[in-house]
Structures are given as structure tokens and as C-alpha cells.
Design a protein around this ligand. Structure first.
Ligand code: 3PG
Length: 189
């Protein structure tokens, strides 16, 4: 099922299963009901499965999915959406077949055109700070008015508002949501 994306997409790295509750609880307490659990660690699929079961009111997706195998593992674990740092045609095909939202990383006109060819109109813009930030998004939106972006990478409290103010920004991704949520939880202890 294609699910409406949340506005904030925390990029979550679970190094060991024991961290899952702490991170998801901190996010929830911060009012963030979404987590992109990344395939950067061996326990990613297990963490997604656990999160889907134990945090049913949160939108749990998989990030850093770079091949079909990881995509299959993420979907088997119950991921509701898939994010990649770049564009994988294989991953796109699997997600399309299963009617799952796929947000590939696209920063050039050619990559955006490849995404459009696959029927994808919302892409991750990563690393946003390196590839020109808001200025680049605005320039890309001229030829691609149908495309929405999820800027990720180098987004923080200092620049999030300017991204959010642009109507082509569908959501914001970043690890800073996790850091902030954990810091807040620490302070409130
Ligand atoms: C990602 O994979 O989306 C990035 O590592 C997130 O970048 P950030 O840590 O700068 O938010």
C-alpha cells in the first residue's frame, strides 16, 4: 500500500537491537512518527521487523537500500517505504510491483528523468548540502515542476525552515532528528 509520507524522516542507524526502543521512543516523544531504519548495519531488517511490530502507530521504512536483496529483506520485515542514496532500477521495479513508495536519491536532471521514466515523482535529494541545497532544488524545479524533493544530508535546525518553506519539498530527511530526540530525552530524564 502506498502510504502518505510523514513530513520528517529521521535517518536511523541501529548498531545493535538493544538501541531500537530507546531511539524509537525518543522520536515518538518528540512527536515524530516516522523512522527510516538504514541498511548500514547488520541488524537493519531485524530492527525494522521489531519496530513494525512494537510501534504500530509509527511509519517504519528502510533506508540506504542499494540493491534488490536488501529491498526484499526490508519488505519482508514490513517496511512501509524504501529510500536509497541513489536510483536503483531493480529496487524501483520491486517497489512498483508491491505498490510500496520508493524514494531514490536523485540530484541531476538525468537522474530525475530516470526516476520519472519509472513512474517516480518524489525523490530524495542527497547529499542536499553538497549538491547545491535549496538553490539547486529551485533550479531543478523549473524543468521538473511535477517533482517533489526530500532534501537529506546536512539538513539541521539552522536550515530546515528554508527547505520547508519551498512548496516542492515533500519532506525532510536527516539524522539530526534522532540526535535531537535523544538529547531531549536525556535532558528530561
Ligand atoms: C542519509 O543517508 O540520508 C544521510 O546520512 C543523512 O545525512 P545527515 O546525517 O547529514 O542528516
Amino acid at each position: 500500500m502506498v502510504i502518505k509520507m510523514e513530513k520528517f524522516i529521521p535517518v536511523v542507524v541501529i548498531k545493535e537491537m538493544g538501541e531500537t526502543d530507546k531511539i524509537l521512543t525518543a522520536l515518538k516523544n518528540s512527536g515524530i512518527n516516522c523512522a527510516e531504519i538504514t541498511f548500514r548495519t547488520a541488524c537493519a531488517a531485524e530492527a525494522i521487523k521489531y519496530a513494525v511490530k512494537n510501534y504500530p502507530d509509527m511509519l517504519i521504512g528502510a533506508g540506504t537500500v542499494i540493491n534488490a536483496q536488501q529491498c526484499e529483506a526490508a519488505l519482508a520485515a514490513g517496511a512501509a517505504f524504501i529510500v536509497s542514496p541513489g536510483l536503483s532500477v531493480e529496487v524501483a521495479k520491486i517497489c512498483k510491483q508491491r505498490n510500496i513508495s520508493y524514494y531514490p536519491g536523485c540530484v541531476t536532471p538525468t537522474e530525475i528523468m530516470a526516476a520519472l521514466d519509472l513512474g517516480i515523482t518524489t525523490v530524495k535529494f542527497f547529499p542536499a548540502n553538497i549538491y547545491g541545497g535549496l538553490k539547486a532544488l529551485k533550479a531543478l524545479s523549473a524543468p521538473f515542476p511535477q517533482v517533489k524533493f526530500i532534501p537529506t544530508g546536512g539538513v539541521d535546525r539552522g536550515n530546515i525552515d528554508e527547505f520547508l518553506a519551498f512548496d516542492k519539498v515533500a519532506a525532510i530527511g536527516g539524522s539530526f532528528f534522532v540526535k535531537e530526540a535523544l538529547d531531549k530525552m536525556e535532558v528530561e530524564k
